[in-house]
Design a protein around this ligand. Sequence first.
Ligand SMILES: [Zn+2]
Ligand SMILES: [Zn+2]
Ligand SMILES: [Zn+2]
Ligand SMILES: [Zn+2]
Length: 294
Amino acid sequence: MAFLKSCSCFCTNSHGDIDSSNKVYFCLDCDSTMCNSCKTAHERIATLTTHSLINYEEMNSFPTTLLMQAIECHQHHGENREFYCSDHCISFCFTCFLQDHRKCEHSERIDKIANDLNTSVRLEEIINRIEKQQITLKTMHDHKHSNLQALKEERPKLEEEMSAFIEKISSHVLSVIDETGKLLNTEINALEEDMQDIERNIENLERQKKDINKVSTACSYSKTFLFLRETENMLSQNEEKFNNMKSDCNLVKLIVYVSDNMETLLKKITNVTINRTPMNIPSSSNAMIQSAAK
Ligand SMILES: [Zn+2]
Ligand SMILES: [Zn+2]
Ligand SMILES: [Zn+2]
Ligand SMILES: [Zn+2]
């Protein structure tokens, strides 16, 4: 784009420097800036009447690139599209016309058909289409926004529920551990008591041995006889008593019991079903996008 220093169209700086930018114009066809007087001169030349003039200030905001893209032939760089073929529904340059569309029945110069076309109706139609797309996007945006809001509101609730669940599980785990610990303590205590009891009995038997010797040395046969009878009775009682004391702590049974407890707990956790009332989130936004794309 020409760098604005002075009028560059018709007068070669004979009007002096540019003083006011709102009096400077740019011709998109000549690709030149021009002062007010040059613009007037430009407008008088019949062959230039179709040229597009814009205020110089507009140059940066004007959709020049898109316009050039629309004008230039896609097949031939630097050539402008001058024809439209309604048989092929495309516009193209003169070279294209000669090459491909000379025999087409409805191949015409654009300046001819563009005049027939009701530009204002077309313009309105296209603006309507743009606005329709805008509305679709706005609706989509609103939808996603409410989705986001709902999700943000739901998040702390979900997190709270999850930590409550975890707390419940860990308290359950702790109770199983506690129960198992108590059971093990009971078994340990029982074993220790049994051992003490056995030790006492061993001592008793040792004393009885000595007692028999003492009695048989010091007492008469009949006294010794009766004492031996009494000792025999006690020994018979012992046999029954000691038989009862034989029963061991069943270690295998204990381990199985603890494992069963753990397994039950795990099964309980995996079988947990959580009944949720549907969240306040609007129905699937994906469905929305699909319907918008149609
Ligand atoms: Zn021009
Ligand atoms: Zn000028
Ligand atoms: Zn072409
Ligand atoms: Zn054609």
